[in-house]
Design a protein around this ligand. Structure first.
Ligand code: SF4
Ligand code: SF4
Length: 422
């Protein structure tokens, strides 16, 4: 109570000057302010915070990846919240074909949560929009590009139209099936399978460190992350349960992945969905850092000349969700003769590659522009080698490289560099 009195104390002198009738009406409106502002209804959407965000003068807009890609106010965070609010309460009729663009806007978010970095209320606009998606799904208004992703997940257990894990033989990736007594489960992401050299490097690194681990590619499925983004929580939970069983069968107490999104999903998102899996879930870059510190891996060779000047692209999920900006730098600092030039937007302030979240399905051109904005920032460092630790980033960033730069710029995973020096 004292907090409220304190917050509104500036009103005191104004109220004192009111006559009795006005004061009575004013006090009634004041008491009803929540009810009037935040209409009650059977909504899953976080109406209160959508309204709070939509009334903000877009204080985070300068750093919103999709807005900076589109350069249109209609892509701004507060505008997205406003449209989300109108869709939820029916001011915009979501069922009408002519309003489809408003529904699409609810998916034109790249999940990087730069908004949350700057928001005084710590709102993540994408989290607010996810609650709007919940209501759209309930009304049967999930967009086709999301339905397609769910169909692929159900049909192939992966994000592709074929089971991408079963391509391991063609790609020369060794599969190690569990005997139930693993120290570590190397959990390979769907997107990681598009980068066989990264997967092979990680397998080689774990072997060199003498770790007993498995990959289980014959039984492997997606973590279900895309279903969480789309908010098909039933499908997401099916994947959570499949993964819980697979992880349990390995006996591993440490689960490492080359994909920050997988770790975030296996750990935090599953827990929020009520599914807990025992174990320590960490990105492989952190695990490798620990292996080096424990003396299980030696960095004994020189960094090859073509990698001697490099910059770091911090994956937003690794930096901001898994809170790890340190591991990649700790490893690179131990390498002799490499010059790391930091980009202006780095560490917790990193910018998105465009391929996080749902925007690359809703509007691929926005995602590509976001990727090319990020490539420009990385190029400003003068380095030609961009080191990251996320297959999604490595995929997205590649879309942003202009034709003229394709021969000059190398986008690599840290594992690809490490395999050359251990
Ligand atoms: S996320 Fe925060 S800073 Fe950004 S528009 Fe919404 S309320 Fe304002
Ligand atoms: S999550 Fe990213 S794209 Fe979405 S509103 Fe926030 S800053 Fe913009």
């Amino acid at each position: 109570m004292s907090d409220i009195l304190n917050k509104y104390k500036w009103m005191g002198p104004i109220i004192d000057k009111m006559d009795r009738d006005i004061k009575r009406k004013f006090m009634k409106n004041f008491r009803m302010r929540d009810k009037n502002f935040f209409p009650e209804g059977d909504y899953k959407a976080d109406i209160k915070n959508l309204v709070n965000c939509m009334l903000c003068p877009n204080m985070c807009r300068f750093d919103c990846g999709t807005l900076q890609a589109e350069l249109k106010e209609t892509m701004s965070p507060a505008y997205k919240s406003r449209i989300g609010y109108y869709l939820t309460i029916g001011k915009i009729d979501a069922s009408k074909e002519e309003n489809k663009a408003f529904i699409d806007l609810m998916y034109k978010c790249s999940n990087e949560e730069s908004c949350k970095v700057w928001c005084p209320f710590e709102f993540s606009v994408v989290s607010l929009l996810e609650t709007v998606r919940d209501d759209l799904n309930t009304k049967g208004l999930m967009p086709d590009y999301c339905k397609n992703q769910i169909e692929k997940l159900k049909k192939t257990n992966t994000i592709e139209d074929h089971n991408i894990f079963l391509t391991y033989k063609d790609k020369g990736i060794e599969n190690i099936e569990t005997d139930g007594n693993d120290e570590v489960y190397y959990y390979i992401g769907c997107e990681s399978m598009k980068f066989p050299e990264v997967v092979k490097a990680n397998i080689e690194i774990l072997k060199k460190a003498g770790i007993k681990f498995s990959t289980n590619l014959e039984k492997k499925t997606c973590c279900g992350g895309p279903a969480f983004n789309i908010r098909d929580l039933e499908t997401a939970k099916e994947f959570a349960n499949k993964n819980k069983e697979l992880i349990r069968s390995t006996g591993a107490k440490i689960i490492v992945s080359d994909c920050p999104g997988c770790i975030e999903t296996l750990n935090t998102r599953y827990r929020k969905a009520g599914i807990e899996i025992d174990g320590r879930f960490i990105h492989i870059v952190r695990y490798i850092k620990e292996l080096i510190e424990d003396g299980k891996l030696q960095l004994q060779r020189e960094v090859p000349d073509e990698y001697k000047k490099a910059t770091i692209h911090d994956p937003c999920l690794l930096a901001r969700n898994l809170n790890d900006i340190e591991s990649i730098r700790a490893i690179l600092n131990k390498l002799s003769s490499i010059d790391i030039v930091e980009p202006i937007y780095n560490k917790n302030f990193t910018h998105c590659c465009g391929w996080s979240g749902t925007v690359h399905w809703a509007d691929k051109n926005i995602a590509i522009k976001e990727a090319s904005n990020r490539i420009d920032e990385l190029k400003e460092t003068g380095a030609k080698v961009f080191i990251s630790a996320c297959p999604e980033c490595e995929l997205g960033l590649a879309y942003g490289v202009k034709e003229i730069d394709k021969e000059k710029i190398k986008i690599i995973d840290i594992a690809e560099l490490l395999i050359k020096v251990i």
